[in-house]
Unconditional design. Structure first.
Length: 324
């Protein structure tokens, strides 16, 4: 299909055209990349703006259950919802935590929803680019909400936060009174912490965990640009569909505030600039590594460093000196 036809169909909201375009941006073939870029350029600046929501949580906290219930609630309100998964485990082991086809069965049958599992690419950089491109395509296809889901491991959270308007951390009720080892850096990225499974026997523990995190959030530095009550912690039950509407209202409150105070567009501009820099840096690296002479010299100096014959700084300076 030629680029113009594909673009027109995406803009008309055709899910098959969207799926096809995402396959195109995921491809490693040079001709596919060229068409993907042509397509992305053609669709850029189309004026449609989705709310991009990053969602992170360790395996088992209930991400798929939450996305299904939350997504169904949004589509019932007439919103179109896209779900993209970023799963670093699929890149490392070939096996995916998030790619399981049986996840979100009801939502995947909903005509107003579009679900795309994580691609299995070798590097996080490649996954970042594909996800960014997929976000742009979903936005051009007129989705109102784009959920970008990731597992709470490695650097994938930072990456997802860097392409989202809001970042949500999903947690399970803690057994003990410790803060589940959530890293401070991840807490600092969260706009809203949702403690899931606040139902049945787990409800008291969920309430306690929520209070603990609310306390921990108060100790973090306030973001001067957000209203006082954010970042905040709340309880939900994805299984019993409790608290989801309230969570959605909070997300909208924060998004609306940021729009009104021009933080929303500023954040997107900064993100675009950040990713532009990343893309150029990655491209330069790829170019260098494709040069056999440079690769050989890198390996030689690497061995010298490994054997203690050269210092890390000295060998790096030598390599860089030879490149300039
Ligand atoms: P994911 O690995 O983060 O995607 O988690 P899943 O959505 O697959 O859920 C893991 C387990 O937790 C499943 O057995 C779910 O049924 C259960 N679960 C998810 N949400 C809730 C909830 O709100 N309440 C309770 N009690 N269990 C839940």
């Amino acid at each position: 299909m030629d680029t113009e036809t594909l673009a027109t169909r995406i803009e008309a909201g055709e899910r098959r055209a969207l799926a096809r375009a995402i396959t195109l941006v995921e491809s490693g073939r040079d001709d596919h990349r060229a068409q993907a870029i042509e397509l992305l350029d053609r669709l850029a600046g189309g004026g449609k703006q989705a709310l991009r929501i990053g969602l992170s949580g360790t395996p088992g906290v209930g991400k798929s259950t939450f996305i299904e219930s939350f997504g169904m609630m949004l589509t019932a309100q007439g919103l179109r919802v896209a779900v993209l998964a970023v799963d670093p485990s699929s890149a490392r082991s070939g096996g995916s935590i998030l790619g399981d086809k049986t996840r979100m069965e009801r939502l995947s049958r909903d005509p107003n929803a579009f679900i795309r599992p994580s691609p299995s690419q070798s590097a996080l950089g490649g996954v970042a680019r594909r996800t960014r491109d997929a976000v742009a395509l979903c936005e051009a296809a007129g989705f109102d909400v784009i959920l970008i889901e990731t597992v709470g491991v490695g650097q994938s959270e930072t990456m997802v936060a860097d392409m989202s308007d809001l970042f949500i951390l999903l947690l399970a009720p803690a057994g003990g009174d410790e803060l589940q080892g959530v890293k401070r850096g991840i807490m600092e990225m969260a706009d809203i912490i949702l403690v899931n499974k606040a139902d049945g026997d787990l409800k008291p523990a969920a309430m306690r965990t929520c209070a603990d995190y609310a306390g921990a959030l108060r100790l973090l530095r306030k973001r001067s640009y957000d209203p006082d009550q954010f970042p905040k912690a709340m309880t939900v039950s994805a299984l019993e569909e409790q608290g989801l509407q309230k969570a959605w209202e909070e997300m909208q409150t924060l998004a609306d505030w940021r729009r009104e105070h021009s933080h929303f567009t500023r954040r997107r501009s900064e993100q675009a600039q950040h990713w532009f820099g990343e893309e150029v840096r990655m491209g330069l690296l790829r170019r260098l590594e494709a040069d056999p002479a440079i690769r050989a010299r890198m390996s030689e100096l690497g061995q010298a460093v490994a054997a203690g014959r050269a210092s890390v700084s000295g060998a790096a300076a030598e390599m860089l000196g030879e490149l300039s």
